[in-house]
Design a protein around this ligand. Sequence first.
Ligand code: CMP
Length: 414
Amino acid sequence: MRKIQTLKVFSVIGAFLVGFWVPLRLIGYLTDSSVEIMFDLLISLVAGANIYLYFSTTKRSIKDYRSWLNLGLLCDVICLMPLSLFGLLLFNTTYSGLLLFNLLAARHVKHIKSFLDQFDNLQPIVYRLVPIFVMLPILIHLAACAWIGLGSGSAGPDPDKLFEYVKAMYWAFTTLTTVGYGDISAKTMSQMIFTCGVQVIGVGLFGFILSNVAGLLARQDAAREHHMDNLDKIETYMVSHHIPNEMRTKVRSYYHYMWQNKKGYQDHSIIEDLPKKIQSELIFHINKPILEKVPFLKGASRELVEELMNELETRVYVPGERVFKAGDVGDAMYFIHKGQVDILTKDDKLIATLGEGFFFGEMALIFEGPRTAGVVAKQFCDLYVLKKESFAHVCDKYPEFLDHIHKVVQQRAG
Ligand code: CMP
């Protein structure tokens, strides 16, 4: 596997260099014969690496003639041959149209995608942008070299090769991006036709890149987008229903609290597609902060904590919101992660105020009776809810949890 990865990296780098060198060579730059032989060797190696990859990463057999009926493979076989040498033998010069075949080896830059696929922890933006930024310079370079080959338009040939190339790159860039200042323009018919082609490719390509980049930037902060989207919708809703200002302020402060404390996504359905094990690890991680807050949980066994963490659900209450009334049927107990709640009698007299790390709602579950008191959120509250069935399950499995709850109940009742 390591060999395959190395070959892919080699293939991408080699193809990239070939994509730069061959067009330059075709327009008569870098004519040094030692450079030529070096690149000829590099091209043969890139082609050889790709033939190997073709047979080793697919189920194709080298002996099966049908495997060879592949255009890409035939191109590689041609590139495997020392074409400069053939040029020398056939035309008495290393330079020949045969070099065009070598350009075919440059198409292997596309392996950058399968190379990136090997990494399992890259951010999506890397998968999308790296291939674009590897292939784009080759395309601009190709257009620039072709432009020089066609006579460089109104700029004309320049004795300074480097300056001529920079001018052609400038032309290619402004034409591909459809900026087209017009200071360098087509003069001959072939230049005009070529310019039209480059412009058409430019419109499609840069449209594609821009939409991708814009999409990526928007998705980069998906949570904030989601939050802003919710704010916009709720604002429109409140305006269309003529909601009074005081109520609007309440709604906005709820969204503000949610954003400050939860950063957007609340719904666990977002992780539903994940395997159960990863889901429970994630939920454990999300619920972990409550561990720090509840003294009993800090000292509890790992199994009990894990079980509890997987059963807890988070819920947010706004100031003044009733969690339940005295006399209601008890369906859950609550751990306070953030904020404070008031425990009130039936006639709304204050019994106690509970803050971070405390729990409530356990009595109705233990005695299987109605709620002994009502509970109202005093501030914005982050509560972790343990449903009745889960409570029963945890109590059955971990008597130490039940003992602790009993002790607290006795203190409160006494
Ligand atoms: P439950 O009866 O299910 O619902 C009301 C809750 O208020 C109760 O459980 C306890 O958790 C809590 N509670 C009742 N009395 C007190 C008290 N004196 N001090 C703190 N909490 C209490």
